[in-house]
Design a protein around this ligand. Structure first.
Ligand SMILES: Nc1ncnc2c1ncn2[C@@H]1O[C@H](COP(=O)(O)OP(=O)(O)OP(=O)(O)O)[C@@H](O)[C@H]1O
Ligand SMILES: [Mg+2]
Length: 258
């Protein structure tokens, strides 16, 4: 299905500019088994993310959704199968190197440092940058005025939605071309969740392909191009997001039957 259509990045670093060509597979998991210690979670899991897409990963609690993101981000090494990024095998590459390659990760919890200021959080997000930090910081402050207004405030003083914006911005300091986001709307009131989804779309429009895990399946699929339903570590359904939302079986089994 997907082709290894891009040569490996010569310097080991990719930029958003060279990555985003529509229809190309940026990220691919192929027949991946993965887990914790001796506990297997992912079982023959395959999925792709193409340039410019938002792809939503849904499924019941414990299905292995977060484990997919952790396996891509190098927190877990695939036991079997491959994880490729622009055609390069990145299975087991350490997170610090994955970040330099151009993949960002926004975990569900503990995604900002509460005792640090907004500015400090953003600068920490950019420690692996060789240059251009000031330019990116200026750009992010322009893009997210609420962070600009609160540069010197401690992150713990932010509301849940504002914290999520800071977490996105922290990941964007590295100018990733792929962003992995774990349950961005978790614990947020519906209005705030909608705002956060709006930010996800805005980030996507900045030429960043997004692989997003979301419990809030209807809203998550609502802003996505494609979706996957994961259950017991295996992909049970994959389709265009609107088709998944219309799929009766998916609806009955995974969307509460509505
Ligand atoms: N650090 C860990 N050590 C051992 N088992 C773990 C660890 N983290 C997760 N698991 C187990 O792996 C399985 C999949 O977990 P995972 O967090 O990927 O699920 P999920 O689909 O993200 O679920 P949720 O919707 O609750 O976030 C679960 O059975 C979980 O208990
Ligand atoms: Mg999870």
């Amino acid at each position: 299905m997907s082709e290894k259509s891009q040569p490996p990045a010569e310097s080991g670093a990719s930029t958003a500019g060279d990555a985003q060509r529509a229809g190309e597979s940026v990220l691919e998991l192929s027949h991946v088994d993965s887990g914790y210690g001796s506990v297997q979670v992912l079982d023959d899991c395959s999925l792709t993310l193409e340039a410019g897409e938002i792809v939503c990963l849904i499924g019941p609690n414990g299905a292995g959704k977060s484990t997919v993101l952790k396996t891509v981000f190098g927190m877990l090494t695939p036991w079997e199968g491959t994880v490729t990024y622009h055609g390069d095998d990145i299975g087991g590459v350490a997170p610090a190197d994955i970040v330099r390659e151009g993949i960002g990760y926004v975990p569900q919890t503990d995604n900002v440092f509460g005792s640090l200021t907004i500015e400090e959080n953003l600068r920490m997000g950019g420690v692996a940058r060789d240059d251009g930090l000031e330019r990116v910081m200026t750009d992010l402050y322009d893009r997210f005025p609420l962070l600009d207004e609160k540069r010197t405030a401690k992150a713990r003083t932010l509301s849940g939605g504002q914290r999520q914006v800071l977490a996105f911005a922290r990941a964007l300091v590295m100018e990733p071309d792929v962003l992995l986001i774990d349950e961005p709307s978790a614990g947020l009131a519906p209005n705030t969740a909608q705002e956060v989804f709006g930010h996800v779309e805005a980030v996507n429009e900045m030429d960043t392909a997004i692989l997003m895990v979301e419990q809030n399946a209807k809203e998550g699929l609502g802003i996505s191009d494609r979706g996957y339903v994961l259950d017991q570590g295996t992909v049970r359904f994959e389709d265009r997001a609107d088709q998944l939302l219309d799929n009766e079986e998916v609806s009955q089994l995974y969307l509460g039957g509505v």
